[in-house]
Write a protein that binds this ligand. Structure first.
Ligand code: AP5
Length: 205
């Protein structure tokens, strides 16, 4: 089965790859970041709570994201597999996940910090979910749906540096955690989106 975790720093390309995997393998793409941002947009209690953490580049408390993922994985479309993007992000989250789901692949998309900063500061989003980078896409409207593109509030240089610190301290230990479980595969995330995707297809077969 393809129960996949995409690991990697902010801006490593997890979202871009998850969208390609979703399309080719027909697996649901589960992004805790997207779920939290949707709650912020809908002005739910959860969204109001999460916003202050996200805006500062800090992690939202473990139990909040664990319950989002646990509920989502109960849905029928996850029975054939799924892609977790941005979860787990702490050892505590990984241990909680292990209690409610097995995982087949943990793919670490490795990218150095300086590339991450460039990718995130040039990223533009569309509400339909498509993501662009200003170096390769010059229009300010989405080619898929025509809506106006916007920049994520936490995609400014200062917050990116904070997100990177959080990543190295709280998320990077998952590399050893999943290596010990013989689940981790590391791929070079500095290559083009298509080349990175080829590496992932070789892993998934
Ligand atoms: P989240 O939304 O998960 O953000 P993130 O992990 O910081 O990851 P990003 O979405 O920034 O990057 P990405 O790796 O998906 O890169 P992308 O493909 O877009 O989380 C946001 C916040 O929510 C967190 O800070 C936290 O507060 C909270 N949160 C979420 N999950 C949580 C959890 N589990 N626990 C606690 N808190 C949680 O690519 C980036 C750019 O680069 C794009 O412009 C793209 O076009 C470009 N690009 C991608 N790949 C390539 C490539 N190969 N070559 C050139 N350009 C590329």
């Amino acid at each position: 089965m393809n129960r996949i975790i995409l690991l990697g720093a902010p801006g490593a390309g997890k979202g871009a790859q998850a969208a390609l995997i979703e399309e080719k393998y027909n697996l649901p793409h589960i992004s805790t970041g997207d779920a939290l941002r949707q709650n912020i947009k809908d002005e739910t209690e959860l969204g109001k709570f999460a916003k202050s953490f996200i805006d500062k580049g800090e992690l939202v408390p473990d139990d909040v994201v664990i319950s989002i993922v646990e509920d989502r994985l109960k849905k029928d479309d996850c029975k054939k597999g799924f892609i977790l993007d941005g979860f787990p992000r702490t050892i505590y989250q990984a241990e909680a996940l292990a209690k409610f789901s097995d995982i087949d692949y943990v793919i670490d998309v490795e990218v150095p910090d300086e590339i991450v900063v460039d990718r995130i500061s040039g990223r533009r989003m569309c509400s339909c979910g498509k993501t662009y980078h200003i170096s390769t896409y010059k229009s300010d409207t989405c080619e898929k749906c025509g809506q106006k593109l916007y920049q994520r509030k936490d995609d400014n240089q200062e917050t990116v540096m904070d997100r990177l610190k959080v990543y190295h301290k709280q998320t990077e230990p998952l590399i050893d955690y999943y290596t010990d479980k013989d689940k981790l595969v590391t791929i070079d995330g500095t290559k083009s989106i298509d080349e990175v995707f080829k590496s992932i297809m070789n892993i998934l077969k």
